[in-house]
Ligand binder design. Structure first.
Ligand code: GMT
Length: 373
């Protein structure tokens, strides 16, 4: 199959899922063409059936806002036509889905019929997508796509609740390559930060408001009073400066380390005892799955799809959004010597259900179903 994948090139979840999907599809012999405004962050391998096409945006003094959608649509028309793609798969509806549908219409005038699959990832529905500035376009794009997938039952339900949907939505969860996490070698992250006997906690995100990172800091401060521990904060984004200053006022700065964006997150996670994810909205929680694949249990909010991933009382705990007290108490109980090993084993066992070998066939079957229609 020749597949065009449109995604954001960032470290964010939708870009990571799209990139890992493309890499896995190419390993199975499909030809994959990534189309984005920059090379996807995780696109670190090249082969003769994996390509990247950059969307360059035409600027002109008249444009206060360069027209990315127009450039993306034109690039899609070009790539579908010249590379003879069988299918376009867009990740994150805004603005990828409407651009792909316009490309599809243009290609129809050239006698080319190409199906468009849209994967909904989360904030394209629950936050940005429902804003009046996007809503009618997203509604139209979901109904007109040849196939639509969502990354959790919760996101599917939110989509049906928020929009006026006539199309079917197939749930295909996020995935990880469990072997990548199993093959991590001992490294120095823990030794550099933790004294002997100290526990290591980790949070990863894009530091947006929706992640409620102030809760992570507050929970850590409570844990730290009871258990000698350190916290590594991975990622970067608009809230980072505020969170760093909150950390300075609440905890000892020697106990919290902000390490920014990390391409090999598995090497850091490998050292951790507990992962914290306190989001207000979280359609799936890929970062939590990555932690679990590293045998790290999760304390999270019960937002969105998190309860579909974290089994309460087994691979971690899910608590009400903002319930810092319960999250801290649960965290302290997991970190207890008599409990930690069991939680670590259950976290890994749960993560294995989302291994690429289990989820990739769902995408391939879905592509085939859409192509047969
Ligand atoms: O977490 C983010 O804000 C990034 C966002 C994205 O689209 O890049 O992540 C969303 O998609 C991920 C992959 O499907 C999901 O695992 C995340 O839960 C989801 N984030 C939210 O819903 C907030």
């Amino acid at each position: 199959m020749k597949i065009g994948i449109v995604c954001y090139p960032t470290f964010g979840g939708s870009g990571v899922v799209a990139t890992e999907l493309g890499k896995s599809l190419s390993e199975k012999g499909n030809t994959v063409h990534f189309i984005s405004y920059a090379q996807p962050a995780r696109l670190n391998v090249f082969s003769d059936n994996l390509f990247y096409h950059e969307v360059s945006i035409k600027n002109y003094p008249l444009f206060e806002y360069p027209p990315y959608e127009t450039s993306l649509t034109s690039k899609l028309v070009e790539i579908v036509k010249f590379e003879k793609l069988d299918i376009i798969h867009v990740h994150y509806a805004i603005p990828h889905a409407s651009s792909a549908l316009l490309a599809k219409d243009i290609l129809k005038t050239m006698g080319i019929d190409i199906p468009v699959i849209t994967t909904l990832h989360g904030t394209d529905i629950t936050l940005v997508g429902k804003d009046p500035s996007c809503k009618p376009v997203i509604n139209y794009s979901i109904n007109r796509s040849d196939g639509v997938t969502a990354v959790s039952n919760s996101l599917r339900k939110d989509t049906l609740d928020i929009f006026n949907i006539e199309n079917k939505i197939q749930v295909i969860p996020n995935f990880i390559d469990i072997n990548k996490y199993a093959s991590v070698k001992r490294n120095s992250y823990r030794g550099n930060l933790c004294k002997k006997g100290e526990k290591l906690l980790i949070h990863t995100s894009n530091f947006r408001k929706v992640k409620r990172i102030q809760d992570v800091v507050n929970i850590f401060c409570k844990i730290n009073k009871e258990i000698p521990s350190k916290l590594i904060m991975i990622g970067d984004g608009p809230q980072r400066a505020n969170i760093e200053s909150l950390t300075r006022s609440l905890c000892s700065l020697r106990d919290v380390m902000f390490i920014g964006k990390v391409p090999d997150v598995e090497n850091v996670l490998h050292n951790a005892d507990l992962f914290l994810l306190t989001s207000e909205k979280e359609s799936f929680g890929l970062s939590a799955l990555e932690a679990m694949a590293s045998s790290v249990p999760v304390i999270s909010s019960n937002a969105g799809g998190l309860p579909e991933l974290v089994e309460d009382g087994k691979s971690g705990y899910t608590c009400d959004i903002g319930d810092i007290e319960s999250m801290s108490n649960r965290a302290i109980s997991i970190l207890d010597k008599s409990n930690l090993k069991g939680f670590k084993e259950s976290a890994l066992k749960r993560a294995k259900k989302f291994d690429v070998n289990n989820i990739l066939p769902l995408y391939i079957n879905y592509y085939n179903d859409i192509l047969r229609k």
